[in-house]
Design a protein around this ligand. Structure first.
Ligand SMILES: Cc1cc2nc3c(=O)[nH]c(=O)nc-3n(C[C@H](O)[C@H](O)[C@H](O)COP(=O)(O)OP(=O)(O)OC[C@H]3O[C@@H](n4cnc5c(N)ncnc54)[C@H](O)[C@@H]3O)c2cc1C
Length: 307
């Protein structure tokens, strides 16, 4: 592990990234997640989190990650961005269910909220992986893991157990080891909401975000809603991948590292994903993962610098 040995004359600024690539730290702080699903650089080992903790730094929000739901299709070798699943389960003719066969969220949520909801659900009901359930209508219009499979299913997708397909929802449920009656009921309930035009359970489609092209389909009649009623039916797993962790050492407004007892460690500064996110566990949008303290160590505000 890297060790800090520093002189105080000018101070030291730690900007060593998060800990997405450290499975032991994941198991400790965010159990159920895997380095295999992370898209972060290999340097995000958390070595500085461990060192900062060792010298007395206060760690916070360590259970938070900037999730990015993905579907681990065969052939993905982690050398490129993993196939995302947000544009998949938020589309018409698609839902997400846990391993009991029940929906548990508005599938159009932000990727951070989506994965957090998945992790919270997993504490109650097995939900990692969850299953994307789609029908023939879906595959004629939209992609799975970036591939259009209506005419040709990519080699290995069925043989490897990644893609499940069946002529009825009950058979599909058996294939993914979900109770057929539960999945039948979930799909019937969803189709009832689609007929009414209102998702009474999770209000999917009620927000403009649900209906945008990235998540839903503004060119479809019901934009975020669509019945799952035309066989064959398909299922693929969805897991809570990530693009960053969100926890780390706590700093004051000037970026100085704070000890558990509350005082600062003189001359030691930290920023970026080495620190606990300054906006807490809320992901307000793209750019939020690496938000810096508003008064960074490099450029403190005028009053903090005594100017
Ligand atoms: C595919 C992808 C898409 C993303 N999209 C978005 C987005 O749209 N919006 C957004 O806000 N964020 C996004 N992110 C997240 C964002 O990239 C990160 O939050 C951000 O890069 C973190 O910046 P950082 O400087 O804190 O750490 P990093 O960029 O991880 O840099 C830390 C560096 O420190 C190095 N390091 C580690 N330990 C040591 C050590 N002991 N000594 C020296 N060097 C060390 C690491 O190798 C690394 O190079 C995305 C990430 C990925 C992977």
């Amino acid at each position: 592990m890297a060790r800090l040995a520093y002189r105080r004359a000018l101070g030291i600024l730690i900007n060593a990234g998060g800990f997405s690539q450290n499975q032991a730290m994941r198991d400790r702080y965010m159990p159920g997640t895997s380095v295999l699903w992370s898209q972060t650089p290999e340097g995000d080992t958390g070595d500085m989190h461990q060192e900062l903790e060792r010298i007395g730094g206060l760690l916070a929000q360590m259970d938070q990650l900037v999730g990015y739901q993905m579907t681990p299709a065969p052939g993905w070798d982690q050398t490129y961005v993993a196939p995302g699943a947000q544009s998949m389960t938020g589309k018409p003719h698609a839902i997400l269910v846990d391993q009991s066969g029940q929906r548990y969220m508005n599938e159009g949520g932000s990727y951070e909220l989506y994965c957090e909801t998945m992790r919270k659900r997993n504490a109650l009901v097995p939900a990692i992986p969850s299953w994307a359930i789609v029908d023939r209508n879906y595959v004629e219009l939209y992609a799975i893991a970036g591939k259009y499979i209506d005419k040709t299913i990519p080699d290995g997708w069925i043989e490897s157990g990644y893609l499940h397909t069946a002529n009825t929802i009950a058979e599909l449920a058996s294939s993914i080891k979900v109770n057929p009656a539960t999945l039948n009921a979930t799909v019937a309930r969803w189709n009832g909401f689609v007929a009414k035009g209102v998702d009474e359970d999770f209000q999917r489609g009620a927000r403009a975000y649900d209906n945008c092209g990235f998540v839903g389909d503004p060119f479809s009649a019901q934009r975020a809603l669509g019945a799952i009623d035309k066989g064959p039916f398909y299922a693929v797993p969805v897991v809570p991948g990530d693009v960053s962790t969100y926890g780390g050492v706590v700093t004051d407004a000037c970026g100085r590292v704070i000890k558990a007892e509350g005082q600062v460690i003189a001359g030691l500064y930290a920023t970026g994903t080495t620190t606990a996110s300054v906006i807490g566990n809320v992901y307000v949008g793209a750019g939020a993962a690496s938000v810096l303290p508003w008064s960074s160590a490099i450029s403190p505000p005028r009053h903090a610098a005594g100017l």
